[in-house]
Ligand binder design. Structure first.
Ligand code: APR
Length: 247
């Protein structure tokens, strides 16, 4: 296909989003990649250089809380220096235009909220917050915060993110499943679609007659099953989608 054809947004995708009354979106690290935040499984992905078991599990935190905090402070420094990109801003625009909208994100960088998205479900948490390992009280972290103890119960505070082997917050999970089941347009952007339960949301949407659109740089296990798949950078494709739908 010629360049303009590969860049063109298919008419059916445009019409589906124009006619959609309940839009739901699932985003992953690929949406923040153009803000300079490394993804997890790409060429220079985080899991290529760090072992998740040593840094992103409850056991790692019990064994060496200082190391885990050090790693999250490093990640928070990267996130603090990052700004929302055109993909984040395009999703804000879709929320403004859609009659009903929910943004479910696996990202813990807080960039959707910073961009102005309002109905956001941070299913893996947010590394700009700390949570008490005893009473679950949460605090917003400022940049100079070190390893802190809970002001309420004295237990160690941990990053407010979901680690491997941990359950997602039941209410957020329930709202995510409901949003996927009710969506008539489900957009999946910038995720390898390999981590559960997030990666099951697109299947739930499809099984409930939702139109599933994937926007991703590389093929994923979802690509062949989505109703439409647009290869490319989210910061390029999503603004073009918004432009075509709401000219
Ligand atoms: N635009 C669109 N997609 C991109 C871009 C981009 N600019 N850059 C990378 N991608 C795609 C990659 O092709 C890849 O498929 O984004 C996807 C990122 O996949 P992962 O690195 O696996 O990140 P993600 O899917 O968010 O991981 C899910 O795994 O480690 C856990 O908790 C962590 O939330 C994370 C979860």
């Amino acid at each position: 296909m010629s360049a303009d054809q590969t860049d063109r947004i298919p008419d059916e995708v445009i019409k589906r989003l124009q006619d959609a009354s309940r839009v739901a979106v699932l985003t992953g690290a690929g949406v923040s990649a153009e803000s300079g935040i490394p993804t997890f499984r790409g060429e220079d992905g985080i899991w290529k250089n760090y072992r998740a078991e040593e840094l992103a599990t409850p056991g790692a935190f019990q064994r060496d809380p200082d190391l885990v905090w050090e790693w999250y402070h490093w990640r928070r420094d990267i996130v603090s220096a990052a700004s929302p990109n055109a993909a984040h801003r395009a999703l804000v625009r879709i929320e403004e235009m859609a009659p009903a909208f929910v943004l479910i994100t696996q990202n813990v960088d807080g960039l959707h909220l910073e961009a102005g998205s309002r109905e956001v479900l941070e299913i893996h948490g947010n590394l700009r917050r700390a949570r008490c390992s005893g009473c679950d009280d949460t605090v917003h972290l400022t940049d100079e915060d070190g390893l802190i103890e809970c002001g309420k119960c004295g237990f160690p505070m941990r990053p407010d993110v979901i680690w491997f082997g941990e359950e997602l917050a039941p209410d957020i999970l329930e709202r995510s499943f409901a949003a996927a089941a009710n969506a008539d347009f489900f957009l999946v952007a910038g995720t390898s679609s390999v981590v559960q339960p997030a990666s099951s949301l697109a299947w739930i949407a499809g099984q409930n007659n939702g139109f599933v659109l994937e926007v991703n740089l590389d093929p994923t296990p979802l690509t062949g099953h989505a109703d439409a798949a647009l290869p490319g950078k989210a910061g390029d494709v999503l603004p073009r989608l918004v432009e075509e739908v709401w000219k």
